[in-house]
Write a protein that binds this ligand. Structure first.
Ligand code: 16G
Length: 234
């Protein structure tokens, strides 16, 4: 009778344990797991590697191995980050990192169909779900549409502020998803090791009157977030 390889048995036991662990908490060290399960460290390493390959855990060099959060899928309805997170039972929040008025660069001007150099408000925020980093978001908003925006509290929903304060509702959007690796400040803010894979989503939000009201670039941790798109043959 074929026996299940040792590392798969350890993997099973670790998977059971993961179901009781909160996301982002550390697993015991390799050596401790080897003692506990009475197997070699090589077997533990193999089990951990296979869990990591499946995205159930992740390691940070020098720090240890951690339980991964369940991945969040974004559907194809037009929603804000806050709605997205709430819809999944998570509490959204933000750390506002930068707010300033800028002259639009050619790229931003093209995205918002403005004259290059026209004033835009720039808002950079770290978006969190249940207190854990999910995305780093940069927003550019035409200054003429949102007078005094930067005097407001932008740590909750910008779409909320747009609707309540300016009566502007994003009703359609153009989106572009690209893959990238994050390093340096971005990786640090997102709480991932350098060169981690991430998803960058650029959105141009259009309001009910057909105006381009936002250009946003959100860089999501790809271990915690994915996009789901439905298509139909016409
Ligand atoms: C999402 C949007 C972003 C929008 C933000 C508003 C994508 C790719 N981007 O992150 O364009 O500015 O939501 O969220 O979906 P808020 O209302 O929670 O601040």
């Amino acid at each position: 009778m074929a026996t299940t390889p040792k590392y798969l048995q350890i993997r099973e036991r670790l998977m059971e344990r993961l179901t009781t662990m909160t996301a982002e908490t550390a697993l015991p060290q390799e050596r401790e797991l080897a003692d506990e399960f009475e197997v070699s460290r090589a077997t533990v390493r193999q089990a951990l590697q296979s869990l990591s390959d499946d995205g159930l855990i992740y390691s940070i060099r020098g720090k240890g191995t951690f339980a991964a959060a369940d991945r969040i899928s974004k559907g194809d309805s037009l929603s804000s980050f806050s709605e997205d997170m709430r819809g999944r039972g998570l509490i959204p929040s933000s750390r506002v990192l930068t707010t300033e008025e800028r002259e639009s660069t050619p790229t931003v001007a093209r995205a918002l169909e403005l004259e290059p150099g026209s004033p835009v408000y720039y808002v950079e925020r770290l978006r969190l779900a249940d207190g854990f980093p999910m995305a780093l978001e940069e927003l550019y908003l035409p200054a003429n549409l949102f007078p005094k925006l930067l005097t407001l509290d932008l740590s909750s929903s910008i779409y909320g502020v747009m609707g309540e304060r300016y009566r502007i509702k994003v009703t359609a959007a153009r989106q572009r998803i690209t893959a990238l690796n994050v390093s340096g400040r971005t990786a640090d803010l997102l709480g991932v090791p350098a060169r981690s894979a991430a998803l960058s989503v650029a959105r141009e939000g259009i309001d009910a009157r057909g105006r381009l009201v936002e250009h946003a670039v959100s860089v999501y941790r790809s271990d915690r977030y994915d996009f789901e798109l439905s298509t139909r043959r016409l």
